[in-house]
Design a protein around this ligand. Sequence first.
Ligand code: M6R
Length: 592
Amino acid sequence: MCGIAGCFSEKGCYEKLLRTLRRLEYRGYDSAGIALLRKNRPRGGYGFSVRKKRGYVSALDGTRLSGSTGIGHTRWATHGAPSDVNAHPHVAGKFALVHNGIVENYAALREELTAAGETFVSETDSEVIVRLVSRCYKGDFFAAVRDACARLEGSYAVAVLCTDFPGEIVCARKKSPLVAAAGKNALYVCSDVPALAGEAEFFCPAGDGEFIRIAGGKIFLCDGDGKEIERPFVRLAAQSALPEKGEGSFMEKEIAEIPQALADTLKSLRRTDFAPCARPLRGAKRLFAVACGTAYHAALALRDMVEEEVKIPVLCHTASEFRYRGPLIGEGDVLVAISQSGETADTLEAARGAKERGAYVVAVTNAAHSSLAALADFSLLLHAGPEIAVAATKSYVCQLLCAWYLAAQTLFFKQTRLPAWFGELDRLPEAARAALGCDVSALAEQFSGARGMYFLGRGQDVVTAMEGALKVKEIAYIFAEGYAAGELKHGTLALVEEGFPVAAACTVRALAPKTCNALAEVKARGGVTVLLSQYRDLAAAADVFVALPPLPEPLMPAVAVIPLQKFACDMCRRRGYDPDKPRNLAKSVTVE
Ligand code: M6R
């Protein structure tokens, strides 16, 4: 999704912005641009130098633009196709602006501004903001941005330049993330912390509805009335830096990092003080869980584990639906919001809504300084390390671990005992390493030309099936369905014909006969079957058997998914695609 950056630096401002934009690339984008305030010679005064292009940040390389105050943007198209004209920054009169978010009332504003004489050049909702700022301007730059923002509905993080105020950048945020930062001889604003690594030494996230101003060589946070907020900047940890890709793709690298990510997450969980959430968890008669995409699958796994161990219901919702259902959540309820980035707009909104209704919010996130972590009453941190590939892999497995750990703590708070598998969590990293050894390349070769496939499971394996299908759709662009095996006969089976691939995960002994029956029904119709299980005696039930490393059954989803992640990645490669850049998708989905 869109990333925004701003920089004030007497030296090398353009290069600093370019480097920051490169580090925002992982969020997913289709065009990029930079604007710098430039001295007009010989007339005096200031104007803008703008370079913006459809395509990659590398398209902005070339002669550097001079100037010490600038803004930059990576755009993920929402309103208007990816094009040079729709790329940010947008300029109106004395102002240039970059925006991340969606202006929901942009059509009405555009009509109003057009009637007032503005001529729009792009199709974006963002151009409305810069024209509004320009119209609100009466000589006070900061006031103009505040007044314009007051008219906006939806979400935004904006950074604005004004030719009357060289050396100043005014930024605002509502829902979309924004961070203030300071480095040696440079001040920054940016959409996320990792993109500042190597540039800034200290940072401070802006809160919702707050503003950031760079002026007079200083950086301030301000409230909605323009009053300065005292909030300390914190040191940017070295581990916040984005990793180098090395050979292969980020996705392959991140799958290979799963054992370490699990070990690090487990170590951190063991050190986490759960005391603050003891009372809400002990008192909760039910839990709610919200998330999107892969994280939603982790939420389903939380549901499975809590219902099995704690015997209280978990109401699991995709975050985008939760808020529109008028959820029956309130005081005494606990909502668990799971998000790798901690910036997914739908998940944030769901968590906000739950908090407003009086629920206690637990965040499970990989980003300690994210908006979700800031909003939550309690945060459980994954220590998966930066995940750059759009497809979630190591973060998913760590989310499972956190979800189960939370289930165990809930049981402890309610019944002062821990689940039988709790002491076995230490085996997870080694088992994950063994699962990395599962060779699925022949399978990928066999199915890389398939037009569609099914993933099946029962009980806890349904979630693995859903996650496997999502991975295959997301990066191999093959239609896939993840399904409860028992549903096969209720419609799905109609599509099975000669050669149709169906893979099932079966990690629960008691459910094996039923899962194997489903595979038999597929085989009887000519389908090609694959079974993933730790129970080798089930091998004959499928055409191809993938042996999983053994663990206590409840923990098996953490290893069963790994061969499926590898399979999707391998299929993607064989079909000639880049696993790190799935079409139309973004890593950080910061708009609803
Ligand atoms: O950052 P989040 O965990 O909130 O992201 C949620 C989803 O957008 C994400 O899991 C998405 O489904 C993945 N790209 C799937 O691999």
